[in-house]
Ligand binder design. Structure first.
Ligand SMILES: [Zn+2]
Length: 349
């Protein structure tokens, strides 16, 4: 892409919504096409139903107020069925709204022009840290498509290259990712797709993956929450880091797997904490090791190399209060999963 600015004329025609696009992204495209500012759009919604406007401000992708659909359809003249599909979550573990600012540089590049860029739901889902189409890590971006024009001039200036010339930065991201062990890259890709298809919830691939066991959601949920914490009384790596190869555990793999000094947290873990971790690299090890715990047989062919400790490595070195918490969670799991926990207990002795 060579253009240096995004003009309102780019939006003379409202593009079609993209598969897996977020609601906020498509409403931004509509604002560009209609010449309506974000504030003016919310005011129009508020005049018809204040609660709908509040719901869009709280969660611009998945508003929970009942009347938002009716009101936004009236303001924008976008089909209700389109709006409904845009607002449907991929599953139960969408990132908290302030954390949804990552994107795939290759997807942005291939959009062709900034006006065609769309933020995908996959980028706002907590268990995705890479793009499943390009196998590249998601990178932090200030805005996408028309949202770019709604930033301050200073913000646009400081991020112009990233947003308007993604083709120039794509090789750097590819080179960065290719420096990571190829076996881990394949494992991460498998783990993230695997974690996504596990839980219930609307998604287009659901019909294609009916063979998957669908009783795993509470297991994933507890293990992701468990692994995202250090369980120490001093700043320490998240438990998931203990499953990584030793050289990653000891050396500077921060860029790939996050900060090794997670804060001390007194509250018990919840999936909500995991959904609030903004940085993709901090969630990556959790998803990788959780998939080894839940889908061990499926993941082993990809992660079965000697220095990848995986779930077994975490299990053996997990502080007792962490394991006791996991056992407590398993009381609500299906029986065959409770049996799995018993075998984990035996392997700790
Ligand atoms: Zn991509």
């Amino acid at each position: 892409m060579t253009q240096l600015a995004l003009q309102r004329s780019d939006f003379a025609t409202l593009r079609e919504s993209q598969p897996f696009e977020t609601l906020s992204s498509y409403l931004a495209a509509w604002r560009g096409y209609s010449g309506v500012s974000s504030r003016s759009f919310l005011n129009q919604v508020a005049q018809l139903a204040p609660a709908a406007s509040v719901a869009l401000m709280v969660d611009p992708d998945h508003p929970i107020d009942d009347c938002w659909l009716e009101v936004v359809a009236e303001v924008t003249q976008i089909e209700k069925s389109t709006l409904e599909e845009l607002a449907a979550p991929l599953g139960p573990w969408t990132l908290h709204p302030p954390c949804r600012h990552y994107a795939c540089i290759a997807c942005l590049d291939e959009a062709g022009s900034a006006s065609q860029q769309a933020r995908l739901k996959l980028w706002t889902y907590a268990t995705f840290t890479t793009c499943i189409f390009h196998d590249l890590p998601l990178i932090e971006v200030p805005a996408i498509g028309w949202e770019w024009m709604e930033l301050s001039p200073a913000q646009r200036k400081s991020n112009a290259r990233l947003m308007l010339e993604p083709d120039k930065l794509r090789p750097n991201v590819e080179a960065f990712w290719n420096r990571l062990d190829g076996r881990l890259r394949v494992g991460i890709h498998r783990a993230e797709v695997s974690a996504w298809v596990a839980p219930g919830g609307p998604c287009r691939l659901r019909t294609a993956i009916q063979y998957e066991r669908l009783d795993e959601a509470p297991v994933w949920q507890a293990i992701l929450a468990l692994l995202s914490r250090s369980w120490e009384r001093h700043p320490a790596p998240a438990l998931a880091a203990r499953g990584l190869p030793r050289d990653l555990w000891i050396n500077s793999s921060k860029q790939y797997f996050g900060d090794y000094h997670r804060p001390v947290l007194e509250a018990l873990p919840t999936i909500d904490y995991f959904r609030g971790i903004s940085a993709v690299n901090e969630r990556r090890a959790c998803v990788l090791v959780a998939s080894d715990a839940v889908r061990h047989e499926y993941m082993r062919p990809f992660l079965g190399f000697n220095d990848f400790y995986g779930w077994r490595g975490v299990l053996g070195r997990m502080p007792q209060p962490a394991f006791e918490w996991l056992v407590l969670q398993s009381n609500d799991w299906p029986p065959h999963w409770q049996n799995r926990v018993k075998s984990w207990k035996r392997s700790r002795k």
